[in-house]
Design a binder for this molecule. Structure first.
Ligand code: GRG
Length: 289
């Protein structure tokens, strides 16, 4: 049996257009953006939630690949000079550096479309209404009321001192919405969970999404470019408000632990106490990159 990590690599490989298919440069750049490493946190969350719901693994593959495609698109656009202006991602030159800016824009656009093609072109749920609901969930999580909206708030926040609730609002959208959708969509590939259990999973994903961002801020402040595979210290050099700039390093670390504990508590009433999601919660908080 393939590990979850192998499953997602294989699925992404198969779902991305082959580099020999025209337009070859765009397809090569899409593969470069998606297949070049990455922790695959969002797909792993989708598998973890899908397993709890006794979903058919082939169904979860499409959801896991779709959320990773949306994530990869966001990274490609975020790295462009108009946004974060970065040259290093996943230990390699960013897409606009390796290819060019116009290609990077098109990579993001095409990955977003491909994600929705994966969710709409394959059977993911027995009830078609549930599948439409799932597609809508990903659309909301990615758009102006979700990730893209969070990015807009982030851009407006440069050089501002935010309060903790304001920071939280930004990150619930920018990072949290896609993490929440990854769990929710994975869980909806199966039907073994009650509505109350789905609600508990949603609590888990909200806590773990915020914990993910707090840890990201800590690592940016406290780790090296070589370890992270992306430019360290970017938040401070871009004058961005972060959990570290607002709370300080130690309190930010403690907050990440508290959020992890809240997330784990939310899993207690789920089958196998949340199974693989418990390990993922630890990985998200203890990770070094
Ligand atoms: C451009 C619409 C648009 C949105 C961009 C998510 C995002 C919004 C920007 C990424 C910038 C950033 C560093 C956000 C902080 C948290 C985050 C998403 C980190 C990167 O995700 P990881 O650590 O990356 O899961 P890998 O490479 O492991 O997949």
């Amino acid at each position: 049996m393939l590990s979850r990590q192998d499953r997602i690599e294989k699925a992404l490989h198969a779902m991305l257009p082959a580099p020999e298919i025209a337009p070859r440069r765009l397809h090569s750049a899409m593969r470069y953006a998606v297949l070049g490493g990455g922790k695959r946190v969002r797909p792993l969350l989708a598998y973890g939630a899908g397993e709890l719901a006794s979903a058919i693994p082939e169904r979860i593959d499409f959801v896991a690949a779709a959320v990773e495609m949306i994530h990869a698109y966001s990274l490609v656009h975020d790295d462009m000079p108009e946004m974060d202006d970065d040259v290093l991602r996943r230990g390699r030159p960013t897409v606009h550096v390796e290819f060019d800016e116009a290609t990077a824009l098109l990579v993001g656009d095409s990955l977003q479309s491909l994600a929705f093609q994966m969710l709409s072109g394959h059977r993911l749920a027995d009830d078609p209404r549930r599948q439409v609901e799932m597609i809508e969930m990903l659309a909301r999580a990615s758009g102006s009321r979700g990730m893209a909206g969070g990015q807009a708030i982030d851009l407006e926040s440069t050089a501002k001192m935010l309060t903790v609730p304001e920071l939280e609002f930004m990150h619930i959208h920018k990072t949290g919405a896609l993490i929440r959708a990854s769990v929710a969509l994975g869980a909806r590939c199966g039907d073994a969970l009650t509505d109350a259990q789905l609600d508990q999973l949603d609590h888990f994903s909200k806590f773990i999404g915020l914990a993910f961002q707090v840890v990201d801020d800590v690592l940016d402040a406290d780790s090296s470019t070589a370890t992270l595979g992306k430019t360290a210290g970017k938040d401070a050099s871009n004058n961005k408000p972060t959990y570290v700039s607002v709370l300080g390093l130690e309190r930010a670390r403690a907050l990440a632990e508290d959020l992890r504990d809240d997330a784990l508590r939310a899993l207690d009433c789920l089958p196998d106490k949340g199974g693989h999601l418990r390990q993922l919660a630890d990985f998200i908080v203890l990770r070094k990159f």
